[in-house]
Structure formats: C-alpha cells, structure tokens
Design a protein around this ligand. Structure first.
Ligand code: ADP
Length: 315
C-alpha cells in the first residue's frame, strides 16, 4: 500500500491577543497558512493525508505551547525550525464601541522570517527527497520573508512544479506587509508562474494590481494558461477553471447570518486541497470549500469547534 500523501503548508502563525485594549484579553493564535493546514488536516483525517506545517519558532514556552496545539490538531511538526533567542510574531485585535475590529501587529522580528536562514531547511530537504506531494503558501508567506528567503521559497516551488507536484498559492494580499507595491506584484507574479493551483480572492487581486474594474481583472486572471484557477468572490459564485478547460461557476452556500469572516478563505483552501488530494474534481472541491467556509463564518474566530464540521470530512 502506498504511504500517506504528505502536504506542507509554509508560513507564519502568530500569538493572538483578543479583547479590550487596556482591559481583559484572551490569548490564542492565528495565521492564514496555519488555518489552512488545520482545516486541511480536519477535512482529510483518515483519508491518508499527512499535513506538515513549515515555519520557524523560538525555543521558549510560547513556541512550545503553539506546537502542542498544532499537534493536537493532527499537524505534523517535522518541518518546524526552532531558533534560539527568537519569538513568534504577535498581533492584537481590539473591538471598538461600534463593533469594528482593529488589528495591531508585532511581526517584524518574528522567528518565521528567518525560516530560510540556514544552508538547507527541513522543508527543502523533504521536497528535494521527493517526500512531499504538495506545497501550499500564500501572499502573506511571501510578504513576511526577507528577499533571500523569498527567493528560496520561490526556487523550491519551481522545483516542485517541475517535478509535477501540486504547488498551491493563495493570493491573500496584505498591502501593509509590503514596503512598496512593486515588490508585492513582482513576488506574486513569480509565485503565480510556479503555482499549479491558484486560489485567488478577487478583491485582493484587484488591490494588488490596482485594477478597479472587476471584469478587466477577471480577464487578466483567466489569460493565464496551464494552471488550475479558483476565484473566490464572497457570497457570489466561485469561478473555477481546471487546467485549460472551461470555466465553471460554483454557487456559494447561503448563510443565514454572517458572524465573523475570519478564515473564510483559509478554510476554503483547506477543504479545496483536501478534496483535490483525495481525487475530487475542481468543481467538487470548490463546492466543498464553499460548504466549509459558509460554516466557518457562522462562528466567531478562525477556528470553529471541530464538532461543528463532523459532516465535512472527506474519505
Ligand atoms: P477571503 O476570505 O479570502 O477574503 P472571500 O471573502 O471571497 O475570501 O471568501 C472566501 C469564501 O468564503 C467564499 O468563496 C465563500 O465560500 C465563503 N463566503 C464568504 N462570504 C460569504 C457569504 N457572505 N456567504 C456565503 N459564503 C461566503
């Protein structure tokens, strides 16, 4: 019997402080690539898929605590680097009197930035030994890395693609993480060239390219050939095109009340990947992604209780 399919998600997970500024706060954790890894692991538990999270942490108790929680979610920790003296990044969410959320970040010195500051990393080692079937990363994964690290991630993605592996890129563009728009565009364009699966939020793509007109942006997206493309548009139907095939619309699931859209796209990505890696078609995978994301946005926070998605496991 063949061994499990191994997927790596690369990025940064931060410590989260959530609550009232100068008041009581609850401490948890969050980050797009970790959210996707968790939802992928949850959807594919029992389906022969191992999900590894590739990141760097410090060697102190907060990093220990993160690792323990990831492990409890069934995530493999073999690709995590521990960097002595470093700390995980931190962000704080405050809700003002009008219910608006405000985010503050301390991530400029975080351990994850230094993942590639080594001759070879566990991620590169495993990929080059042909032990990884798929790689997932996002625009945030690109943004947090210094230039040399970003070049290493791009080289790795290119090598995996050349070997016919799945390279999934989720655009997740966050302008404030980039010192200038040109660098973001260059990095995204380079990763798009490596990706065999592009998971794109239309709004983010418009912000990245400065394109106010949706139709023009869509035309530009679907000009790209040779890759599977998924365009997420909130409550509107998701657009899916398999490699050089026709375009399909997959309806989003109706949601009675949106509680919190945190991790909508990340959970979509986790479910989509789980479905594709277990042999479903792109349109089936998008339907699965829409179903899970619709469930996630009816709960507060990125990580909904696992019991609330018991019917969304793939076999
Ligand atoms: P992101 O979270 O990456 O910004 P979107 O806002 O497009 O991306 O949402 C991702 C997915 O979450 C959508 O493809 C859809 O499945 C689901 N979703 C988001 N908003 C809604 C909504 N109001 N109703 C139903 N599904 C939604």
């Amino acid at each position: 019997m063949p061994g499990p399919i191994r997927v790596a998600s690369f990025g940064e997970c931060m410590i989260e402080l959530n609550g009232e500024a100068f008041g009581v706060m609850r401490q948890t954790f969050g980050g797009d690539s970790l959210n996707t890894a968790v939802y992928l692991a949850r959807c594919s538990a029992g389906a022969g898929i191992t999900v590894s999270y590739a990141t760097a942490l410090g060697d102190e108790f907060l990093s220990d605590g993160l690792m323990a929680r990831w492990q409890a979610e069934g995530i493999d920790l073999g690709l995590v680097r521990r960097l002595p003296g470093k700390l995980p990044g931190l962000y704080q969410i405050s809700v003002d009197g009008q219910g608006e959320r405000h985010f503050s970040y301390w991530r400029g010195q975080s351990a994850a930035r230094d993942y590639f500051a080594a001759d070879i990393t566990p991620l590169e080692c495993e990929a080059d030994a042909n032990r990884l079937e798929a790689l997932y990363c996002s625009g945030i994964s690109l943004a947090i890395l210094p230039q040399e690290g970003r070049a290493r991630l791009l080289d790795l993605a290119r090598r995996m693609r050349q070997r016919g592996r799945l390279v999934a890129f989720d655009n997740n563009h966050r302008p404030r993480l980039w010192s200038e728009a040109g660098a973001a565009r260059e990095a995204h364009a380079a990763m798009m060239d490596c990706a065999s699966l592009q998971l794109l939020t239309l709004d983010d793509e418009q912000t990245l390219w400065g394109e106010a007109d949706e139709d023009r942006q869509l035309a530009r997206i679907f000009e790209r050939s040779g890759t599977e493309i998924v365009v997420k548009r909130g409550a509107r139907p998701t657009l899916v095109r398999s490699v050089d095939a026709v375009l399909h619309e997959v309806p989003a699931e109706p949601v009675p009340q949106v509680v919190d859209t945190t991790a909508a796209g990340d959970s979509f990505a986790g479910a989509y990947l789980a479905a594709r890696l277990t042999g479903r078609t792109p349109t089936e995978a998008a339907a699965w992604g829409n179903r899970l994301a619709a469930r996630v946005i009816q709960h507060r926070g990125a990580m909904m209780p696992i019991d609330a998605m018991a019917d969304l496991r793939l076999r």
